[in-house]
Write a protein that binds this ligand. Structure first.
Ligand code: HSE
Length: 379
């Protein structure tokens, strides 16, 4: 297999290292923005050198961002090349278009490293879907937020300091807002829901509340309920009713998610045949993520030619039937919050069971009155 790499940062460098140790994968080109003499003669700055070389059969895109990654991936597919990408933003945003284009062009399109980094999550989702319907998925899909929340629980770390450490360790996105506001998880959740439920969601379909405003008092509130605050993605498709959302959650000590420490991810699916199956590991980092990118190339070389699912229904999530109590910390008085509160809890309150859609709609409005608002589902 002859491969061209688009981008050579942390993950691209890992792909390069792994490919260069194998005789069955020839990495012919590395597309870089600026000349990189240390990469030798394989480094090119014009994508057309790659697109026009018919001997390149597979392009591995690890540039990140929407543009020009989107244009390059489209050009590659139209030139008959398979595409492997680690770019969750690209796949979540252009899911329908890119999967359709791959089908039309008869090329493979794989994105296993885009969700869960080094965890073979999407391929296992694909495997179980051959036998049964996935009724639900959930999990910790972002290493940075798990690292921050874990440190706040275990040693009382300050949010800003531990975020800085996550950036230094290379877990956080270039703009860490994507991590702490939940957008990174939202993208992984969209890709997962699309594969698991055969739908085609976009960003506005999936409500998200991040952890930007979490305080030591919120962490204490979780502990007072014998819980651990975790940032979770949820999806379910019970009885044909689709629900998908992302929010901080107080998870009871003893549950698997509560025990997942540092920057690790854990993602689970549920089917009637298997019950709940969970996949845990490094959700980011050079070699774990590069491993899944190279494994996708090997899958393509061994004849896997499609996306993870062939079905696509125009379903939209409705989070009104999904109900649970919430912890809410809101500065000031609010008539709706007063009407749903059942008990005080530290700096905040506990509500009765509330539809997820209602709480997220209220939180989106209430942020204007209290930008430091924090909510967490209690599960
Ligand atoms: N910033 C992401 C994370 C990187 O922390 O999980 C991997 O997608």
């Amino acid at each position: 297999m002859k491969i061209a790499l688009l981008g050579c940062g942390v993950v691209g460098g890992g792909v390069l290292d792994i490919c260069d140790k194998r005789s069955d994968l020839e990495l012919s080109y590395i597309l870089v923005r600026r000349p990189r003499p240390e990469l030798g003669g394989r480094a090119v700055t014009d994508v057309n050198t790659i697109i026009n070389d018919v001997s390149v059969d597979t392009v591995v895109e690890v540039m990140g961002g929407l543009h020009p990654a989107y244009e390059y991936v489209v050009q590659a597919m139209k030139a008959g090349k398979n595409v492997v990408t680690a770019n969750k933003h690209l796949v979540a945003h252009y899911y329908c278009e890119l999967t359709q284009l791959a089908r039309e062009q008869g090329v493979a399109f794989r994105c296993t490293p885009a969700v869960g980094g080094g965890i073979p999550w999407l391929v296992n989702l694909e495997r179980v879907l051959r036998l049964d319907e996935v009724t639900a998925f959930s999990g910790i899909m972002n290493g940075t937020t798990n690292f921050i929340l874990d440190a706040m629980h275990t040693d009382g770390s300050d949010f800003a300091e531990v975020l800085k450490l996550a950036q230094e360790l290379g877990y956080a996105e270039a703009d860490p807002s994507a991590d702490i506001d939940g957008l990174d998880i939202q993208r992984k959740c969209i890709i997962t829901a699309n594969v698991a439920f055969g739908c085609c969601l976009s960003e506005e379909d999936v409500p998200v509340f991040g952890i930007r405003t979490v305080t030591a008092a919120d962490i204490k509130a979780a502990e007072s309920m014998n819980g651990v605050c975790k940032m979770l993605a949820f999806g379910s498709n019970a009885g044909g009713k689709l629900s998908v959302y992302v929010e901080p959650s107080f998870v009871p000590v003893g549950e698997l998610e509560a025990a997942v420490s540092t920057n690790r991810n854990v993602i689970s699916f549920e089917t009637a045949l298997t019950g709940k199956e969970s996949f845990c590991g490094q959700g980011a980092g050079r070699f774990p993520t590069a491993y899944n990118a190279v494994a996708d190339c090997l899958d393509i070389a061994s004849g896997v030619h499609g996306f993870y699912t062939d079905t696509m229904k125009p379903a939209k999530p409705d989070n009104s039937a999904e109900k649970h109590p919430y912890y809410v910390r809101f500065e000031g008085r609010d008539a709706w919050l007063d009407s749903v509160t059942i008990a005080p809890c530290g700096d905040g309150v506990i509500t009765g069971d509330l539809p997820v859609s209602e709480m997220h709609a209220w939180a989106a409005r209430a942020k204007a009155a209290d930008p430091a608002l924090f909510i967490a589902g209690i599960i």
